[in-house]
Ligand binder design. Sequence first.
Ligand code: CP
Length: 447
Amino acid sequence: MIDHGKRDLVSIEDLSTAEILELFHHADEFRANLTAWTDLCRGTIMATLFFEPSTRTRLSFESAMLRLGGGVITAADEKNTSRSKGESLADTVRVVGGSYADILVVRHPEDGAARVAARYARVPVINGGDGAHEHPTQTLCDLYTLWKEKGRLEGLEVVLCGDLRYSRTIHSFCYALARFGANIVTMPYPGFELPDYVLHRLRRDFGVQTAAASVGDLPGIAGSSNAAAYLTASKPHQLALFTNLTNVEVNRIDAIYMTRAQRERHAGEETSNYPRLSRSTLGAAAAKDARIMHPLPRVDEIDYDIDDDPRSIYFRQAELGVPMRMALMAYLLGKIQLRAARPAALAVMPGIAAGAGLRCRNERCITNNEGVRYLTRDFRLREAESPPVLSCAYCEREIEARFVGHVQSHIVHRYNAAEARRIKPENRVYFESEAQAQAAGFTCQGG
Ligand code: CP
């Protein structure tokens, strides 16, 4: 593993809440006079490595760097890069993040790819979207826009609608909303619910409680979603907002965040009754003060005839992407300083020590695709007991480890056996099953 001692943005969790708020204020300064900053990053080169299509993310980053006075090099089409000849992402970022560029923005189809890029590049890496994992800079733009519209994030009622399963934007946004103390109402298209690993993380890290939700009549949305749920965070505010979370009635909506069906990640799944926002949705009493949000591109989920409604702010989200990304890059490059502390990093357990046999269960994870050639399967320990939970250090998908072994004796026990508890943390090796332990040369004791 390589530690270059620099700052990356792979997950929205790589920035603390206080850092995000300070970055909003810097974005305001940049936005107040977009053309006044061409000395700040003069001589700096940003490379955009986009192995998936993009309009907003790539061009707004490029615009942001040009407005900061730096230069831009870009690989915008996978077919014209050496990836098409089989070059790994690790090798690509080693080269481009060597003498070619001072900061990289990477978009890649495989979950966890941005963490790989961050590990192998000597310069800061920003995740421009990796598979269905995360899209943290979209979330910065979304939070910034909503914060400017509503003057706060805490206590807002935010409806997330459509494809919540494959949308990386939604995943980053959920973590951030929970952290800022906003309440989330999920209205997924059936079959496109928020993944269990996202829900689990929301519960564990932010104390999110979940209940069924009754949302006021929302034509165009309500009929196409059969499982509205209300997610409210008890941390970091430590407020138990509700004592009886059985069915929460949502009568006031602050934002409706719509997403398109992410067809590139679920070829063939049926979406004929996908939700569609229209004038009649905006006519609902609960949506009177709602802001309509969308990360774009839009396909058919929002009628064009509500674009001019003052509550529609999706083009503003895209516009604010430039000052927000200026602030982020200036920060990661050390051109502006923040008073806020960075978040504590969770230690990574190198693959061999963590569990010679553990394998990420996410078939879209980079460790199960191009990374098979060169990555160790590293994990982070998320929960130590009942049973231990580990998350892939790349895509963050979680695994329950029911067997714990000793790295030297190669003896394995059930996680709740007294012998397992006696193994020092640094000597533990984790497995999902006996078969997995045996395949790695370990012997099971205690049945
Ligand atoms: N919102 C977003 O990521 O748009 P692009 O795919 O156009 O970059």
